[in-house]
Design a protein around this ligand. Structure first.
Ligand SMILES: NC(=O)c1ccc[n+]([C@@H]2O[C@H](COP(=O)([O-])OP(=O)(O)OC[C@H]3O[C@@H](n4cnc5c(N)ncnc54)[C@H](O)[C@@H]3O)[C@@H](O)[C@H]2O)c1
Ligand SMILES: O=C/C=C/C=C(\O)C(=O)O
Length: 486
């Protein structure tokens, strides 16, 4: 049986209290092993280790040396690919075919991309005139922000955690990570990799536990934490902002979504079906960028809906190691209760259930797992809660529209503003619509196509700030202006 300890100052440590909680696999609810729950003592030790490491050997490395070290981390993740894959699939239940294409490769890439971005980023400089005619030079100088708290969710555990740890370390900070209580494994394993690659003790720390009155709260309220980067639900983001307000600490927030897909009649319908299928159902619908509201131009509505139903019927539910399976369980029984609640609510709110809508019979071996049917609804009102609230499950509502103006209004009629996907072969229309969408990420004829040099983040209640590429620099560094009188 596995056991998940904290990783503090380069060593795996148990909780002084002896308190643990269970990590279970959502495929069949089997026990993976106990996870140590951090109390204030462990969180304090981790933050102090991170603080001390800021002035240790880590701070003496040149940027090139840091880059080399982080490239090694990426290479080592790839060398230990199968272990990361196994750990991620046990924690989440997701098919290996998905984790081996998305989660683990991106976990490695996140360490390479940001070092390279940083290495190629110019420094700001302004020459100014002065009354004595001699002038002055202003030069921007960036220093690490300090100790960064990283609070991450369970849906793409390694990918989303390293999307923050990569740039944080590339900028010379130290981190304390609090992974989701549902998915402690890959973050814990990363500690070993850090040691193997010579990352100094205290630079990367991990504490396990829950949010309120547990590791999450203890970490975000710790006065020695200089900034907090968070991915998770909008309501959790609000609690973390309140914690960060004490001491005026900076935050970066990547939160929930209720993302629209917009399918115009002039699209390549097979491309649109393939992309919408992925955006609604990959990772069992547990992707913040996923499409839960699909708007289809009326002339192709029936055809699109029937093609989607055909494709949903072909999804293969199964264990991670099943090579034919492309659809796993939800992350936990608790999350399944939430998604099932919305499935029942959809019925009450008058939805037509086009396909799915329930809990599948997976047979005796798997019936204790967190399985749920992929589901398509039609016929809901635009005011239905199922249309307005983030479900984070494998489901979408498909609704016809008649005009471009109408669909822009419908798509934007939400508190969220993370992403959208627009399907049309008319590029002028694509750009016109994309420019009017109130989102941080607009995809045209694609979805979740990621260039790590680009800005990533959400509008409205989907987040605050942008990470990715040079944008992370604003958050992960302190920019000082040095004014030199000539
Ligand atoms: N915008 C994005 O990039 C993005 C990416 C992935 C997931 N998400 C969002 O994440 C959500 C699903 O993930 P989740 O259920 O793990 O989110 P969550 O908000 O429940 O938990 C996220 C993390 O916050 C911690 N936490 C909870 N309460 C806390 C508190 N009071 N103080 C400090 N930490 C606390 C949790 O333990 C966990 O580690 C969805 O809403 C999804 O849209 C957003
Ligand atoms: O579930 C949300 C997915 C987020 C993806 C990223 O943060 C990324 O691709 O960098």
């Amino acid at each position: 049986m596995k056991e998940f300890k904290h990783f503090i100052n380069g060593e795996y440590v148990a909780s002084a209290s002896g308190k643990t909680f269970e990590n279970r696999c959502p495929v069949d609810n089997s026990l993976i092993g106990p996870v140590h729950e951090a109390g204030e003592v462990e969180v304090d030790a981790a933050v102090r280790a991170a603080k001390a490491a800021l002035s240790g050997p880590w701070s003496k490395l040149t940027q090139a040396q840091r880059t080399e070290m982080l490239n090694k981390v990426a290479d080592r993740i790839n060398e230990r690919f199968d272990e990361f894959l196994e750990a991620e699939c046990l924690d989440t239940g997701k098919p290996r075919s998905i984790a081996s294409h998305i989660d683990i490769p991106r976990g490695a890439a996140n360490f390479k991309a940001f070092s390279e971005t940083l290495a190629n980023h110019p420094t700001e400089g302004f020459r100014m005139d002065t009354p004595d005619g001699k002038g002055a030079l202003n030069v921007g100088h960036r220093t690490p922000k300090g100790v960064i708290a990283v609070i991450s969710p369970w849906n793409l555990p390694l990918l989303l955690m390293t999307f923050k740890v990569g740039p944080a370390l590339a900028c010379g900070n130290t981190v304390v990570v609090k992974p989701s209580e549902e998915t402690p494994a890959t973050t814990t394993l990363l500690g070993e990799v850090m040691n193997e690659c010579g990352v100094p003790a205290g630079v990367f720390n991990v504490v396990h536990g829950f949010g309120p009155n547990s590791a999450g709260e203890f970490l975000t309220t710790h006065p020695l934490v200089n900034a907090i980067t968070f991915t998770g639900e909008t309501r959790t983001g609000e609690a973390i902002m309140r914690a960060a307000s004490v001491g005026l600490r900076n935050i970066s927030m990547e939160c929930g979504g209720k993302n629209p897909g917009i399918v115009f009649a002039d699209c390549d319908i097979e491309k649109a079906v393939e992309g919408t299928m992925r955006s609604a159902f990959v990772n069992c619908g547990q992707v913040c960028l996923g499409t839960e509201r699909v708007y289809v131009e009326r002339p192709i509505f029936e055809k699109f809906l029937s093609r989607m139903k055909e494709e949903v019927a072909k999804l293969r539910l199964g264990r991670p190691e099943d090579k034919e399976a492309n659809f796993g369980p939800l992350v936990s029984l608790e999350h399944r209760d939430k998604v099932k609640y919305y499935y029942d609510l959809a019925r009450e709110e008058g939805a037509t259930i086009e396909i799915g809508g329930g809990i599948p019979d997976m047979g005796a071996e798997l019936n204790d797992g967190a399985w749920i049917e992929p589901t398509i609804w039609t016929g809901l009102s635009d005011e239905a809660r199922v249309i307005r609230e983030e479900i984070f499950g494998p489901c979408c509502h498909i609704r016809p529209f008649d005009t471009e103006e109408e669909v822009i209004k419908l798509a934007n009629d939400t508190d969220y503003g993370l992403a959208c996907a627009i399907w049309t072969e008319n590029s002028a229309r694509a750009v016109r619509v994309a420019e009017q969408m109130e989102v941080g990420l607009a995809w045209v004829n694609s979805w979740f196509l990621r260039d790590l040099r680009t800005a990533f983040g959400g509008a409205k209640q989907s987040g605050i700030g942008r990470e990715g590429g040079v944008h992370g620099l604003e958050f992960y560094t302190e920019l000082k202006n040095i004014c030199i009188k000539l």
